[in-house]
Design a protein around this ligand. Structure first.
Ligand SMILES: [Zn+2]
Length: 220
């Protein structure tokens, strides 16, 4: 993994911590067990003394947002999230079309796991509507959800659920979890064409960001 990035793995999903300008930023907050996994990962030399300043959410699905309230309040961190996913963040996962199946699963999960909706979010509409710290750029990648967004740090893109990267089993996000399949495909092709060095998905094996990008380009 890159020197200033921690990949924090837990059941079903992973999230990331990035070290930049004397602070730590979290990209998503993971799912069940995520809060402990994140705190454990940050409790190491070179990380534990840095403040966690901000939490960037790629989208409003439960396996990325379950721990956002606990982590934001523990660290006094701001939270930035795509405005187009506001209903999801507020705990309404109902979706039309094929995505309604995944929506119902998340609705049940939210109740079972006592999902707490965050308040005081910095909503962003596009790449310029929110003041991200220098060095972070939002890249709208709609389709998986309306607001699904990647975050570009230098030449590396945290790409959320753009696809799942597992060697020969790499695949597009399943239709039941996508809000708009065609749009998701456009976003995937857009990233495949970007002039970057690597990508960091949230559903993946431990391959390097460069390898994940190769897999995506092959898929595209
Ligand atoms: Zn998702």
């Amino acid at each position: 993994m890159l020197q200033d990035v921690l990949q924090i793995r837990m059941a079903m999903v992973c999230c990331y911590a990035v070290r930049m300008g004397g602070a730590v930023y979290l990209i998503d907050t993971g799912f069940v067990g995520g809060e402990n996994a994140i705190e454990r990962a940050l409790d190491q030399d070179g990380w534990r003394d840095l403040p966690v300043k901000g939490i960037l959410l790629t989208h409003g699905h439960l396996d990325h947002t379950l721990n956002v309230v606990a982590l934001a309040s523990h660290h006094g961190a701001w939270v930035a999230a795509p405005e187009a996913d506001r209903v999801l963040l507020e705990g309404d996962f109902s979706v039309t079309g094929l995505g309604c199946v995944g929506g119902m699963m998340q609705q049940a999960g939210a109740t079972m796991l006592n999902y707490k909706k965050p308040t005081g979010i910095n909503w962003f509409y596009n790449k310029t509507s929110c003041e991200f710290p220098a060095g972070i750029e939002a890249v709208p990648l709609p389709g998986h959800t309306d607001g699904h967004t990647g975050f570009l740090f230098g030449r590396y893109l945290f790409c959320g659920d753009l696809f799942a990267s597992f060697g020969a089993y790499s695949h597009r996000s399943p239709g039941i979890f996508n809000h708009h399949g065609e749009q998701a495909e456009e976003s995937l092709l857009k990233v495949a064409d970007m002039d970057i060095d690597g990508i960091l998905p949230c559903h993946c094996d431990k391959a390097s960001p460069e390898t994940h990008l190769e897999r995506l380009r092959r898929m595209a």
